[in-house]
Design a binder for this molecule. Structure first.
Ligand code: AMP
Length: 418
């Protein structure tokens, strides 16, 4: 299937050609016709699946169809949980909409509001916002949402995790009742389902299971190591020059800073990115990582959410997350838009329960890298003892149709089993 089979207009097709996109992704194939038809929609998909274009393209097309009507204020609102994701969504509207003449603005907290207020004065058609700054500007009478025709709630589950759900409800209360609503979420916990039941009218459900695809294309392995040896193991691993661009995850902001400094001292170019850094410091770190100036970006989960950097060759879980879904989000950073990648996880004695939860969720035993110099003397945990495997025998080498592969296909994106 081609983008033109989705009845997209020429200005959008030209922009997509310039982006180098050949074919729509599954979420785009499923969502675009319904959004074009004006339906409400629930999309179960995470970043990396092409979901931004899945909503941005049909929204731009609907706006372009009525571009000649007199401008009467904002027409589209996209709510995003993080600044990084908001600016990436803004960039996507700019890229896909470059031949439409439609305008967008992006607003988020942590930076001065004046440039954003000026951007709002230029009468954008589309506003991409994080909830806090939006409410702030609404309170000051600088943004009015009474002309919104389409509302997109992106990464709804992350909004919930970050404690934004009340802010989201306040924003929704200011929207016109008659509107098109699109809700995207990687997982569908019951709170999100409740919210969806209240804000969507007769929605279409579309679902892609990127986690399964992602998990399949990523070579994963786990390194059993004592806590005190993790840094030495990381430096040892980073001795491999094929690790060109590595995203390393720590649990805490302090841990991210400390590790980045230690790596720098070991002459490994590294920077930390987390929520305590200023917006400009985050942007700088991201730009350095994108350009290849920084080889290792040490990140916490919230800062990394939505980071869209192509060619991350390795994701390294310096500490395992306590929520298994987070593992899937993290390792998905190394397999953007169908590329393959490698994910290493360090697991100390205290983290074995986390590893068990992850393996339960992905329905896959993560192969054990047994050939490294910092092997934990505690030995392999009982759960993995029967099946040691080296990092050279990664998961993606499972044969098609093997029991392992069949098991993996059943992974349902972390939603509760029914
Ligand atoms: P998203 O899920 O929206 O964060 O998109 C993930 C990445 O896929 C971004 O880098 C997009 O530029 C890219 N992308 C989106 N749609 C396509 C497509 N149809 N073909 C190739 N790349 C795409």
């Amino acid at each position: 299937m081609d983008f033109s089979d989705l009845n997209l207009i020429d200005p959008l097709l030209r922009a997509l050609r310039a982006e180098g996109y050949q074919q729509p992704t599954p979420i785009q194939r499923q969502a675009i016709p319904h959004v074009l038809a004006g339906r409400d929609l629930i999309g179960c998909a995470q970043t990396g699946t092409g979901k931004t274009a899945a909503f941005a393209l049909p929204i731009l097309q609907r706006l372009a169809a009525e571009a000649s009507r007199p401008r009467g204020g904002l027409r589209v609102l996209v709510l995003s949980p993080t600044r990084e994701l908001a600016s990436q969504i803004g960039d996507s509207f700019a890229a896909y909409g470059r031949h439409t003449g439609l305008k967008h603005a992006v607003i988020f907290g942590g930076v001065g509001q004046q440039p954003q207020v000026e951007a709002l004065r230029r009468r954008p058609d589309i506003l991409v916002a994080t909830p806090g700054r939006l409410l702030d500007l609404m309170g000051q009478g600088l943004v009015r949402l009474n002309t919104i025709e389409t509302f997109v709630l992106d990464e709804a589950d992350r909004m919930l995790d970050m404690g934004f759900i009340h802010d989201v409800r306040r924003v929704i209360a200011a929207l016109p009742v008659r509107r098109q609503t699109l809700l995207f979420s990687a997982t569908m916990p019951s709170d999100i389902q409740d919210l969806a039941d209240h804000i969507l009218v007769d929605p279409v459900h579309v679902e892609v299971t990127p986690q399964a695809t992602t998990v399949e294309t990523i070579a994963q392995s786990v390194f059993f190591v004592e806590k005190g040896d993790k840094r030495a193991l990381l430096e040892h691993i980073l001795g491999d020059p094929t690790i060109r661009r590595a995203l390393v995850f720590t649990r805490t902001k302090h841990g991210a800073n400390k590790l980045a400094q230690q790596l720098e001292r070991a002459r490994i170019q590294a920077e930390a990115i987390h929520g305590n850094k200023s917006q400009s410091a985050r942007e700088r770190a991201l730009a350095n990582f994108k350009s290849g100036r920084t080889r290792v970006l040490v990140a916490t989960d919230i800062a990394a959410r939505g980071i869209d950097v192509d060619d991350v060759t390795h994701v390294i879980n310096y500490e395992l997350p306590n929520e298994p879904e987070t593992y899937v989000h993290r390792i998905g950073r190394t397999a953007r838009a169908g590329a393959s990648g490698t994910a290493y996880s360090f697991c100390d004695a205290d983290e074995r329960a986390y590893l068990r939860d992850i393996e339960k969720l992905i329905r896959l035993r993560v192969p054990v890298a047994a050939d490294h110099p910092y092997q934990s003397p505690l030995g392999l945990p009982a759960a993995s003892a029967g099946q040691p495997a080296s990092a050279a025998a990664p998961t993606r080498q499972a044969q098609p149709g093997s029991p392992r592969r069949r098991r993996r296909r059943r992974y349902n994106g972390g939603r509760p089993q029914t």
